[in-house]
Ligand binder design. Sequence first.
Ligand code: ADP
Ligand code: MG
Length: 236
Amino acid sequence: MPDDGSKSGVIPALGLHEVSKSFADARGRLSILDGASVSIKPGEMVALVGPSGAGKSTLLHIAGLLDRPDSGEVAIGGYACAKASDRMRTRLRRHAIGFIYQFHHLLPEFTALENISIPQRVGGQTAEVAMERGAELIEMVGLSERATHRPTALSGGEQQRIAIARALANSPLLLLADEPTGNLDPKTAGAVFEVMRTVVSETKLGALVATHNLDMARSMDRIVTLSDGQIIDVTE
Ligand code: ADP
Ligand code: MG
């Protein structure tokens, strides 16, 4: 079973235990994950690397409860989710998990601040509370002066910082990022990464970040790689 904290005394933000997943293709079934296990502690930032097609996005989708594994367990904050009801998984996804993608997916008709407050509104918060929380978060990513701008009026790096703030709206305990700086030039990527790093250490959430950027991977707490469907810890 996933580490429930009984050994280390700390409940992992994310525990994947022997997760397997295959997809059907023209030639039959294609095994993507084959007994992948990893545990991420609160406040820990872990890089997920591996060649294109290795299964990084598949793994993040399973960790983020957007997809179910064929077998194995997924624990969010120690809560076993692989066989939980859809309703419970949706609740956990909304309240315990934040996502950042390669493309920001901000809604163009809303301002930066409104975009950040949307997850709280969807979660049932009042507009007032959601906007207050949004103001706190937009300050955390250093963009208070851009609050009323629409996404098209922001640079790529600013859009991604707003997406980071949005991912934190419901104070998740787990942050999942799928090549969050993959679409940015190196300098902007570095700045966006620093923002992510700061929020992870300030909020004590656990983060799993798929990246092709080796400098970025090396500056995280730990690097794991996907190889033949399994997760190998490659940190020296
Ligand atoms: P990565 O993010 O490391 O590039 P992915 O997780 O996106 O890898 O994909 C791993 C493999 O799984 C790829 O060969 C991809 O085509 C396949 N795959 C991913 N999702 C599906 C799906 N829903 N149906 C069929 N094949 C899929
Ligand atoms: Mg991918």
